[in-house]
Design a protein around this ligand. Structure first.
Ligand code: PFF
Length: 453
């Protein structure tokens, strides 16, 4: 047992750090573009259901495993199940963290790069997305630009994690999350007050069910994992620093609420502006880096709003990146008794190096593909589409079937007695989702990712 293990200073510290992990590029970059490509409101509706029936029950479980064991993913499973199989589930989480952070930092780097380009005035005279696209291709096509900003973004991530749970992660989340929310509110008000904004709002609120098919449901399900940082032990690790006096269910609900609210707010800010400019909402991944710069260029005060927007993206990416690094660091600190500094330098350094081929996938190595996928695409695919759903599946099975129900209930009631007394049906419902609904749906997502169904 490790003495003096670090912990959050307060419940709010946990909520902000966990919401910081959840709210990331997934909310502000990916959610709007997948909603845009899959028909807007109808997709949003399906997504909300996925969050409710899979995201929330699995999030409670993941935080609970961490809070109960007060350990990293490998140590946590070893303590509760003591079998090779479950240890390797924890270990796969550490590997997923390693992989996701490597490419996440490349995009995180772009967001900082765009803050700087906005300040330099490079984004101010576009007439259409095609022109903004030329700049994007030029920047992401430059080895120096991509590697430099990957380095800067990674440097910030390592700096924060090195300062520890309370002094680094909690403290920075308490500063960055309120800034993030304030920026988003400003951008949303700007979007809503543009002429023609109502078409954007209608796109998000008036469903067109013809756009929903098996594929879009699977995209929504897969995204529910990514956006809540589930399936790889990030929430487990953050949960391990949580006090037994606080309610896990309550904390999970607050994280889900904030994550969903922020994704929807980003959707409103972006689609009102895109529709007001008469541009295409289904522009795909380029929506943020190609369509939006053209929108900002045509708006009064556009440079200011572009600056705020890319700052928002950079902050969102950074608070998620630190949670990814923390999973890897916690493993080496807990299990291998490394110091935090050693773990951050050595493993942060290795993750940084693994990110380099991802950064080069947009330039030097763009022709190097396997099954049509670049290095970046492959790492993203294995981690986000295979390892995360697999991890989520195992967590649901573990809490639903393997861990004794009495122990689960004793653990989850710590800090939440009154909730289970006031809502006695909650226990049964949670278990139905964990035992049956989540495993079946996640298995379908996994098989689909692997091309089997
Ligand atoms: N939730 C983050 C996002 O939406 O961008 C991504 C992420 C962070 C995934 C941390 C997994 C993780 F452990």
């Amino acid at each position: 047992m490790i003495q003096n293990r670090e912990r959050w200073g307060s419940k709010l510290g946990f909520i902000l750090a966990a919401a910081g992990s959840a709210v990331g590029l997934g909310n502000i970059w990916k959610f709007p573009y997948i909603a845009g490509e899959n028909g807007g409101a109808a997709f949003v509706f399906v997504y909300l259901i996925c969050i409710g029936i899979i995201g929330f029950p699995v999030l409670i479980s993941e935080i609970l495993i961490g809070r109960t064991t007060q350990k990293n993913p490998v140590g946590a499973f070893a303590m509760l199940a003591n079998s090779k199989l479950w240890r390797s589930v924890g270990f796969l989480g550490v590997i997923a963290g390693f992989m996701i952070l490597s490419f996440y930092s490349v995009i995180g780097g772009w967001t900082i790069g765009y803050v700087i380009e906005t300040l330099r005035g490079s984004l101010s005279d576009f007439h259409n997305p095609a022109e903004a696209g030329i700049l994007f291709n030029q920047l992401s096509g430059s080895v120096l630009w991509t590697i430099s900003y990957h380095t800067i973004f990674f440097g910030f991530t390592m700096f924060i994690v090195m300062r520890g749970v309370q002094g680094g992660i909690e403290r920075s989340s308490k500063i960055m999350m309120p800034i993030l929310l304030s920026i988003l509110i400003i951008l949303m008000i700007r979007g809503i007050t543009l002429e023609g904004a109502s078409k954007g709002l209608a796109f998000l609120w008036v469903p067109d069910w013809s756009k929903i098919n098996g594929q879009s449901i699977l995209i929504a399900l897969g995204h529910a994992f990514f956006t809540l940082s589930l399936g790889m032990g990030a929430m487990l690790t953050y949960g391990s620093y949580m006090s037994k006096k606080d309610s896990v269910v309550n904390a999970a609900a607050q994280v889900v609420f904030l994550d969903t609210l922020i994704a929807l707010m980003a959707g409103v800010a972006i689609f009102t502006a895109v529709f007001a400019s008469g541009l295409d909402p289904a522009a795909g991944p380029g929506l943020i880096f190609k369509t939006l710069p053209a929108v900002f260029a045509s708006m009064t005060g556009g440079t200011f709003f572009a600056l705020l927007f890319f700052l928002l993206l950079a902050i969102a990416a950074l608070t998620s990146a630190i949670s990814l690094l923390e999973v890897v660091v916690a493993y080496f600190v807990d299990e291998k008794e490394w110091t935090r500094k050693q773990a951050v330098l050595i493993f942060g350094g290795s993750i940084y190096l693994l990110g380099i081929p991802s950064a080069l996938s947009f330039n030097l190595m763009s022709d190097l593909t396997l099954y049509g996928k670049t290095f970046f695409d492959i790492v993203d695919f294995i981690a986000s589409n295979v390892l995360l759903p697999f991890g989520g599946l195992m967590i649901a099975i573990f809490v639903g079937w393997v861990w004794s129900r009495t122990e689960v209930m004793n653990a989850v009631k710590e800090g939440a007695e009154s909730l289970f007394e006031s809502y006695p049906w909650f226990e049964g419902l949670w278990f139905i989702f964990l035992k049956f609904i989540a495993p079946v749906l996640i298995t379908v997502v996994l098989l689909n990712s692997l091309g089997i169904v």
